[in-house]
Design a protein around this ligand. Sequence first.
Ligand SMILES: Cc1cc2nc3c(=O)[nH]c(=O)nc-3n(C[C@H](O)[C@H](O)[C@H](O)COP(=O)(O)OP(=O)(O)OC[C@H]3O[C@@H](n4cnc5c(N)ncnc54)[C@H](O)[C@@H]3O)c2cc1C
Length: 453
Amino acid sequence: MKRRQFIWDTTQSLTLFMLSPSLLTCCNQDDESIVPNGKTAIVIGAGISGLAAAQSLQQAGFTVTVLEAQDKAGGRIRTNRSLGIAFDEGASWIHGPKRNPISDLATEAGAPTFVTDDNSVIVFDSDGTPYSDRTLSRAENDFYDAIQAVLDAGNQNQSFQTVFNSLYPNQSQNRLWKYMLSAYLEFSIGGDLSDISSQYFYDDEAFSGADQIITNGYDQITDYLAAGLNLKYNTPVSFVDYTNEKVMVSTQTDSFDCDYLVVTVPLGVLKSNTITFSPELPTDKTNAIHQTQMGNVNKFLLTWETPFWDTSLQYIGYTPETKGKFNYFLNAAKFSPYPALITFAFGDYATTTENMSDEEVINEIMTHLRRIYGPAIPSPTHLLRTKWGQNPHAYGAYSFATNGTTSNDFSTLAQSVNDKLFFAGEHTSRDYRGTVHGAYLSGIRAADNIIHL
Ligand SMILES: Cc1cc2nc3c(=O)[nH]c(=O)nc-3n(C[C@H](O)[C@H](O)[C@H](O)COP(=O)(O)OP(=O)(O)OC[C@H]3O[C@@H](n4cnc5c(N)ncnc54)[C@H](O)[C@@H]3O)c2cc1C
């Protein structure tokens, strides 16, 4: 996911500064300095929020167990190295690296980063003609004005698309606008234009600085955070009973108990009722689970023997009729030795791709690339792809506000229950939802809430 400059810069946000003391020591603490407090905690989910919560609690003296459904840590931070190149199936960027806690973690973990330049882009019309810099920059300025106009006219019951179409009926059918609406907006928010709230689509916050990509795999950060934790893999939780003093957590075959439970499974998993809570979660929490939405973004890595594109460019844009369809290419050769492009499917088209064969996907992508670079360019040597919507450990890419959602819903998702159940995960971060740093900070917050009971 990439966030463009129209996300508000909140470098001055107090939240991070209030939390930061507990962030930076988490993995360097020598075990002997930890004083056990006799309390136990279980964390469900070994994504970055669960790992952050577990590290903080362990540092504070809790005996912590992390139960993870998959066979490795990281969750939506997931690096596929099967082709040699580190292909991040989920998060790739540190959005706004300045004062962003993930930047410090990347340094501590020894993970190299590369600044991606949003202005290093050529956008091509559907026949392969490049838009001039002037046309693109004018269109982008108009686009940012339109974003503001939708925010001004937005309301709780109408989607972004409804409000936008009524304000800009001509632009809604224009291919360059469709490109910006999906490659910039749907990518950033996660949902389809027809699902995104017209009122609460940009009320979150962001750190400043040009985005950085973790070049050798984002999992370096989650591997670093996972070190020294008691992690139980292949342990999918299906039942939580918090009727009694101890919280009971069960899988189909095992049970565990604890004084405090941190639930960090994605919003999509909460929506799917994979985990039964007894007693049921409070109504305001279940309403918030229902009212917020899980979006979808899919990523496609294609490799070639040698590049046929201008490898000095960071991004290549394309403007097909279908919104969200393979319209944005990240040039991996810019930050790695591999001749590879990463393209994306956004909004409803992200879900459409999940029922397409590899051959169909390659054909569609190559149609776009051949319009730009000519019919003679070779087919890719390999394809790697994601299907986040079908992924039973996430059921989507990241959360967003839809019609009827208010920002308070994200705060409600974060609320603890009976001082026993605590919740973390990107969807519980009102200010930084949908991001790695939001997830990370939410884990620290949940742990702090337990520590300060
Ligand atoms: C395609 C894509 C691109 C993205 N790009 C970026 C980006 O560039 N920058 C950025 O900042 N953010 C990006 N994000 C968002 C970012 O990846 C997430 O916000 C963040 O990783 C979420 O962390 P989390 O801990 O909340 O959840 P997760 O990482 O999803 O962790 C939850 C964990 O719970 C586990 N789990 C699920 N069900 C159970 C169960 N029943 N029992 C036990 N364990 C269970 C899961 O297996 C998972 O490991 C992207 C996400 C996607 C999908």
